[in-house]
Write a protein that binds this ligand. Structure first.
Ligand SMILES: CSCC[C@H](NC=O)C(=O)O
Ligand SMILES: [Zn+2]
Ligand SMILES: [Zn+2]
Length: 346
């Protein structure tokens, strides 16, 4: 229990050389809610249609991967295999709501240190093409509320310096699609909440606007916050802001061929004729907490030829893609657990 009522389950397959650093297969157990009326089938019944598409909340995010890890290990164990490095499976809560009572708490817990992790796999995203996407870093989530105070007054009057005019000038939209970038390469800003006002004819003394910002690891975060400050100052007097999420770590995982973990991962995929596309994860997963403590982590969900439907209505995964994913882990695990001892290991 890493927080009251928040449990992390751990399963371990001990290696033949347990003093070596382990391979961590992490998955989160929670899912996001559904709008059932928008679904073709019961979102929690795992209905398979005639094309073999299995519908259900979590089929892509990321129960598919959880089951693939377990099934791959079951097959390897049934075949009598043993590998040098230990494998730990962790099942963590609360990823969908930010991971603070899940992986973020677990990563600082003595039980995590005891796992002696050397390399981690966690979720990625589907790829609609033949290729598979792998994620070596993530954008930083910043959730910010900007408070705009203003002069109150009667709704029938010309009032200067109102909260609403500041709110509007803070929100002037500027967006441009640049096709040479992936989503993980650019900063996005979405206005997600607006609060304020008490009556039609009362000019409010304050209005608030909230934004979901996602910032790639290449952006200087200090500079970016200065920019936010400057925008607030420009928009009018007395504007303040407050963060509800402000992740500041920008570690990425090496995808150079001289990195033994990446080499093991990528060479196995190559042997399986899989094309990999390396990207920065556009949203936030538990991998960011793993990378923040300096450990390498790759975000990977073996779902090619699949539209990205996580958090969407009618989330599905085709059974062929799902089953092939098991064999991908069956091939990956023997190689990752046989990465030779690095300096600093026994
Ligand atoms: C800021 S923590 C939020 C984490 C959440 N993760 C999955 O969707 C996300 O919105 O990316
Ligand atoms: Zn997820
Ligand atoms: Zn999710």
């Amino acid at each position: 229990q890493v927080c009251p009522g928040r449990v992390v389950a751990i399963m371990t397959w001990t290696g033949t050389n347990p003093s070596l650093k382990s391979v961590l297969l992490n998955s989160h157990t929670d899912v996001v809610p559904v709008y059932q009326e928008q679904w073709k089938y019961d979102a929690f019944a795992a209905v398979k249609d005639a094309e073999g598409n299995i519908y259900g909340r979590g089929t892509q995010d990321m129960k598919c991967v959880t089951i693939q890890y377990i099934e791959a290990i079951r097959r390897l164990k049934a075949a009598g295999k043993r590998f040098p490095r230990t494998i730990h499976l962790t099942f963590v809560p609360d990823e969908e709501v930010g991971g603070h009572k899940g992986m973020e708490s677990f990563i600082n817990h003595p039980e995590f240190k005891k796992l002696n992790v050397g390399f981690a796999l966690d979720e990625g995203l589907a790829n609609p093409t033949e290729a598979f996407t792998v994620f070596y870093g993530e954008r930083n989530p910043w959730w910010i509320t900007i408070r705009c105070p203003g002069s109150p007054g009667h709704g029938s009057r010309f009032v200067e310096n109102t909260a609403a005019e500041k709110l509007v000038s803070n929100c002037l939209p500027a967006s441009e699609g640049l096709s040479c970038f992936t989503l993980g390469d650019v900063t996005t800003v979405n206005m997600t909440m607006v609060h304020g006002g008490v009556a039609y004819n009362v000019i409010p003394a304050e209005m608030d606007v909230s934004f979901d910002l996602r910032i790639p690891p290449t952006v200087d975060l200090q500079e970016f916050e200065e920019q936010i400050k400057a925008w607030c100052a420009e928009a009018g007097e007395g504007i303040t802001y407050e963060f509800a999420q402000k992740f500041m770590q920008q570690n990425t995982t090496s995808t150079e061929d001289n990195n033994p973990w990446w080499k093991a991962f990528s060479s196995t995929c190559k042997a399986l004729n899989m094309t990999l596309e390396k990207e920065i994860f556009p949203a936030a997963t538990d991998s960011r907490f793993i990378r923040a403590v300096g450990l390498p982590a790759i975000g990977f969900s073996p779902m090619n030829r699949t539209p990205i439907l996580l958090h969407d209505h009618n989330e599905f995964l085709n059974e062929e893609v799902f089953l092939r994913g098991i064999t991908v882990y069956e091939r990956l695990l023997p190689v990752l657990t046989a990465v030779p001892a690095q300096s600093g290991e026994e």
